[in-house]
Ligand binder design. Structure first.
Ligand code: FE2
Length: 305
């Protein structure tokens, strides 16, 4: 296993982050590949426009929220910057790879702390390749099944956005459609199955999606959304016990998930934000979440295709 003291790698600096990222792109990418997460601390990133400029300085194309199948309710701040999940402060967002519960996911994520939380509100970060190594030793049958079959996710989307839920994005917004016929055409193209509930909300089950990702360098990661779905997909419409299955449709047991959750919790680093911090995450190597908080907290996000 790699040296855990290097996670995340902190790049302490000063001055303009956009210029730094532009001038040091190759070195930044090499460091990101090694560490999975880079924290840029002490640079001059005074507002969301400076964050947007830093993303432009990094120079890779964006992955837009409108095009994504994310379940979270979010709001754009600049063309490339949006609010992180707007779920209420007391709601924990559990560890996940961004949008791994859909066939469309970003390769990397930027976060920016505009307002540091008064209490709580850390961003838990967890190396998913380390999780997989330990899980393979603890529960080889489970890893073999998610590797061979993939996994399916089931969730219920409301007719209109529900900001009280971490899963509250409406089916119209999630699927970028305006009526039921368009929704069904999009779901068919995605290979999803579905059921209309009480004629307004929509239960969908994905095609079999990856449970494990080959990182291409001899490593693999626990690339999925199983922990967040199992622990967190609870609201007035969603039952976490129905949220995840193996690709075959067989239920994933709470015993299987207990191993994954215990190992991930042990490997989690809680990033306590300072104002102006920018973090860059490799979405294939690292899971993230959001701890509950009190008071104000504003952490903005941007996705890299
Ligand atoms: Fe996320």
């Amino acid at each position: 296993m790699s040296d855990q003291s290097e996670f995340p790698a902190i790049i302490a600096g000063g001055g303009d982050l956009a210029a730094f990222l532009s001038a040091n792109k190759a070195a930044v990418d090499a460091a990101l590949d090694h560490a999975g997460t880079l924290l840029f601390r002490g640079f001059d990133v005074s507002d969301p426009l400076a964050f947007d400029a830093a993303i432009e300085g990094y120079g890779e194309p964006g992955f837009t929220y409108e095009d994504s199948l994310s379940n979270a309710v979010r709001t754009n701040v600049t063309p490339r910057v949006f609010t992180a999940n707007e779920a209420p402060p007391d709601t924990e967002i559990f560890l996940h790879h961004e949008m791994a519960q859909t066939p469309l996911y970003p390769a990397k994520l930027f976060f920016y702390c505009e307002i540091a939380p008064g209490e709580g509100g850390a961003t838990p970060l967890c190396r998913s390749d380390w999780v997989l190594d330990q899980l393979r030793a603890a529960n080889p049958d489970f890893v073999a099944r998610i590797e061979a079959e993939g996994v399916r996710y089931t969730n219920v989307m409301p007719a209109g956005d529900d900001a009280v839920s971490g899963q509250g994005r409406s089916w119209r917004s999630t699927l970028s459609v305006s009526d039921k016929a368009q929704a069904e055409a999009r779901l068919t193209a995605l290979g999803y199955s579905w059921e209309w509930l009480e004629n307004t909300s929509l239960r969908v089950t994905t095609a079999a999606l990856p449970g494990v990702r080959d990182l291409g360098d001899g490593r693999s990661s626990f690339f999925n959304q199983l922990i967040a779905a199992f622990r967190g997909w609870a609201d007035s419409r969603n039952d976490p016990n129905r949220a995840i299955t193996f690709g075959s449709g067989d239920p994933i047991t709470s015993e299987d998930m207990a191993d994954a959750i215990r190992i991930a919790d042990e490997l989690t680093y809680n990033l306590a934000w300072d104002v102006g911090d920018v973090a860059l995450l490799d979405n294939f190597q690292v899971m993230h979440g959001r701890r509950p908080f009190k008071g104000k907290r504003r952490v903005l996000a941007s996705l890299i295709a």
